[in-house]
Design a protein around this ligand. Structure first.
Ligand code: ADE
Ligand code: ZN
Length: 319
């Protein structure tokens, strides 16, 4: 059992953490039909493209600052109950804009949820703004500009998620330049749906402190060597990788090989109910499927905290 272990997570998409029961309650509130995205209490999708469509449809069921405060607090309460002391949530101003709420109210609701959870449970949370690659280069640049203009103390990082097969990293590098100049920590989804070249591009063109997933770096020893050299942290999400069929099973997953090669790694839940997982379950997977003991798992939690986009006082208190 891993319940007793202190946990930290640096890669979870907020709308991707909405339990189907909450999404259904939201749909009832707004008179929306959900049978195309939820069936028998589970999200419905069959491949990565459909997953992204389902994700965007679920996001569209959260429409006010209060809805987002509820979603945020609900997720953080679950994390805290699993003994989690630190969390970074990935949010996209585009989802606030698309539903007509606006990015400012979207962010304000999420911050309210974070403060409420911190007051009740003590969990420490920071926000990573993401651009969604499948919304196009201009939207990703706009997300970076939004983050650079609104330096809220809880907003500490910039990411790019979405359809990795759309364009090359070079097309989006300007967004990361804007975020870097604003002092935000950088991370980027790469090496999940696309191969090692995508991780190589990210390392050279974005120079992120961390990479979301990055597991397919294993396909090119030179890219693995570069990750080790640079000390880049991989935010690995094993349950997500199996659910999205990046690997057929845990035995084929390269987490242990990457670790053995000297790559810094930590474990995360990504979009937990979409993948029938949770951060608690990812820790159980580390123990049961990857055969890791408490010390090895604690070292990954430490890596998450060491690479967290958080001020040094908070990091020292948590470590
Ligand atoms: N958005 C939410 N989850 C994602 C994932 N696993 N990959 C890319 N974009 C995402
Ligand atoms: Zn992700």
């Amino acid at each position: 059992m891993t319940q007793h272990l202190l946990k930290a997570e640096i890669h979870c998409h907020l709308e991707g953490a909405a339990p189907p029961s909450l999404a259904e309650a939201q749909a009832r509130k707004y008179g929306m039909e959900t049978s195309h995205i939820i069936q028998d209490g589970s999200y419905r999708w069959s491949d990565f493209s459909e997953f992204l469509v389902c994700y965007d449809a679920v996001a569209s069921l959260f429409r006010t600052a209060e809805d987002y405060a509820l979603l945020t607090e609900t997720y953080l309460a679950e994390l805290s109950a699993a003994n989690t002391i630190y969390s970074e949530i990935i949010i996209s101003p585009d989802h606030g804009d698309r539903i007509g709420l606006g990015a400012d109210a979207y962010l304000a609701g999420i911050c309210d949820g974070i403060e409420a959870a911190r007051e009740k449970t003590g969990i420490e949370t920071r926000i990573i703004i993401t651009g969604e690659r499948h919304f196009g280069v201009d939207r990703v640049v706009a997300a970076a500009e939004y983050a650079a203009r609104n330096r809220h103390p809880l907003m500490t990082g910039f990411n790019m998620a979405g359809e990795e097969r759309m364009g090359r990293v070079a097309d989006y590098a300007r967004a990361f330049d804007i975020a870097r100049d604003a002092g935000l920590g950088l991370t980027i989804h790469a090496g999940e749906v696309c191969g090692a070249f995508s991780v190589g591009d990210a390392l050279e063109l974005v120079k992120p402190a961390r990479i979301g997933h990055g597991v397919r770096a294993i396909e090119d020893p030179a890219v693995v060597e570069r990750l080790v050299e640079l000390g880049t942290v991989l935010e690995v999400c094993p349950g997500s990788n199996i659910a999205l069929n990046v690997y057929p099973d845990f035995a084929s997953h390269p987490l242990k090989q990457l670790k053995a090669a000297g790559v810094r790694v930590c474990i995360n839940s990504d979009d937990p109910p979409f993948f029938h997982t949770s951060l608690a379950r990812e820790y159980e997977i580390a123990a049961q499927e990857f055969g890791m003991g408490d010390a090895e798992i604690n070292a990954m939690s430490r890596t998450a905290l060491e690479s967290a986009f958080v001020d040094e006082d908070t990091r020292t208190r948590l470590l």
